[in-house]
Design a protein around this ligand. Sequence first.
Ligand code: SAM
Length: 215
Amino acid sequence: MNASKFDIDKIDHRLSSLYSTHLDKKAKYNQWADSYDSDLVNDLDYVAHLTSSKAFSAIVTDKKSRVLDVACGTGLVGIELQKLGYQHIDGTDFSSEMIRVSRDKDVYGNLFQHDFTTPLNQPFQYDALICVGLFAFSVPPITNMIYVINAVKPGGICIITVNSAAWRELNLESAVNAQAQEHNFTIQSITQADYIRGEGIDCRILVIRSDQQPE
Ligand SMILES: C[S@@+](CC[C@H](N)C(=O)[O-])C[C@H]1O[C@@H](n2cnc3c(N)ncnc32)[C@H](O)[C@@H]1O
């Protein structure tokens, strides 16, 4: 996608509704769960699970790491991580229906429901995490990124993939930099990659190291 202004009316209706701040996103994802894979991967050429998992494996080299797939959806990322050799992958999402579909993929050890507009009950459990497609235009806001990052132990690595259209429109780079200062994490790199090729939407892949200590 070029740098011109993002026009929500020009993108596929299955995506544009998700970018609205007025939508009940949990209800939308619950309804979408059964056709999500075919709509996104087959129809719209979604590749973020591939590009993000590849980025993850370049940084997190220990295949025995305890990994959390945040906003795991139907399990597309989990499948890729398993193919890449990761042996301990858990998944979490706020949608019970997405979790139901992901359970059938048989890649996650533990699957649990959590809404990342709120802090985790048991933070600092994982060596590394991957989070693809949670942060875009609406909820959760980027200020909730710390609830995701706090899933890893101090020194843990987080690969967080953000829709580039939202990244530019909402000036998320300066917002994430401010969060890093406030919450004691380090942004190690930000790279651009393919996201939804059929719609010409790319993404930013953030590599973050948490320096947060449990209280
Ligand atoms: C675009 S999908 C990405 C799913 C998966 N990571 C993938 O790459 O296919 C976004 C996911 O985030 C979940 N989600 C949205 N808002 C959430 C929230 N506040 N807390 C937890 N999960 C959320 C949705 O249920 C959905 O499964």
